[in-house]
Design a protein around this ligand. Structure first.
Ligand code: SAM
Length: 273
């Protein structure tokens, strides 16, 4: 009976994603004011700074980085692509995998221009902004595949997708809390993705705090598990990770643009036990 309830909750969440609109999602979250590179207090520059620091502080090793629930976005691997020689992107929805493929194959017709993101990460790396073309080429070179994933399965990727030792590093942004019906499912999903990571490998987790819904297109309202920092820490511990660092960003009033009710964003760097 309990098992049936769990399955129903997960199935209801999956149904919400049928109308996910990648172009609208990008417009809502990845354009100004949330992605204003002239401001330090804008959400996206904050996230990029956290990722830059985490990937460059000298404790990363190995070859394979896997991004869990990439959606239609690429910002989350723009620092990691300089450290790991192979990157796998993953998402549940074909429309999102398609959006990523369009950029990677340089086919044009992308829903968002990633140039200012590439330029900003180049700046963080101490390179001239014009080096963005080299970074774009690097990203296109290291992304080896874009795979289907379901974090609610105990084996989220196809069995032969990864080497048997697992990935050296995982990154996952705004995925687990926005695809899980409740905190228990969020924690279970954290455990499932942990199976993809080698012991001692790093997890970079970015997510929403205090969020109960977001819009993924006009009228497409998706429920979210509202998390606080303590719950994130407990879930990590229960799922076999040791926390290295937790950073929190609190949204300013002008970042509350009516596309969700998020109050903050957390950034976690953790290690698999
Ligand atoms: N990572 C992106 C970002 O930082 O903006 C996208 C996050 S978006 C809020 C949540 C993503 O989770 C969507 O791309 C959606 O397709 C994906 N998703 C939905 N159900 C999923 C599942 N069961 N397993 C893995 N990913 C799922």
């Amino acid at each position: 009976m309990e098992e049936k309830g769990r399955e129903n909750g997960v199935a209801a969440m999956k149904a919400c994603y049928r109308r996910f609109d990648p172009a609208a999602y990008l417009q809502y979250n990845y354009t100004p004011p949330r992605a204003d590179f002239t401001r330090k207090d804008s959400i996206v520059p904050w996230k990029l700074a956290c990722l830059h620091r985490a990937f460059t502080e000298g404790d990363m090793s190995g070859e394979l980085l896997v991004d869990i629930g990439s959606g239609p976005t690429l910002y989350q691997v723009m620092s990691g692509c300089e450290v790991f020689s192979k990157v796998l992107l993953t998402d549940f929805l074909e429309v999102n995998r398609q959006e990523l493929r369009r950029w990677l194959q340089d086919e044009g017709q992308c829903s968002l221009d990633w140039t200012p993101y590439l330029q900003h990460v180049c700046k963080l790396e101490g390179r001239r902004p014009s080096a963005w073309t080299e970074k774009a080429a690097k990203l296109r070179q290291v992304v080896a595949d874009i795979l289907p994933i379901d974090v609610h399965c105990s084996q989220p990727l196809a069995p032969d997708a990864l080497p048997s030792a697992g990935a050296d590093c995982l990154v996952s942004c705004f995925c687990l809390e926005s695809v899980s019906p409740d905190l228990a499912a969020f924690t279970r999903a954290l455990g499932h993705i942990g199976k993809l990571l080698r012991p001692g490998g790093h997890l970079m987790l970015i997510g929403a705090l205090g969020e109960s819904y977001y819009f993924a297109g006009p009228g497409v309202k998706i429920p979210v598990v509202p998390l606080n920092e303590a719950q994130v820490c407990t879930s990590l511990k229960e799922s076999g990770y040791t926390l290295i660092r937790l950073e929190v960003y609190t949204l300013t009033q002008d970042m509350r643009v009516g596309v969700d009710d998020v109050t903050g964003v957390f950034f976690v760097k953790a290690k698999k036990d």
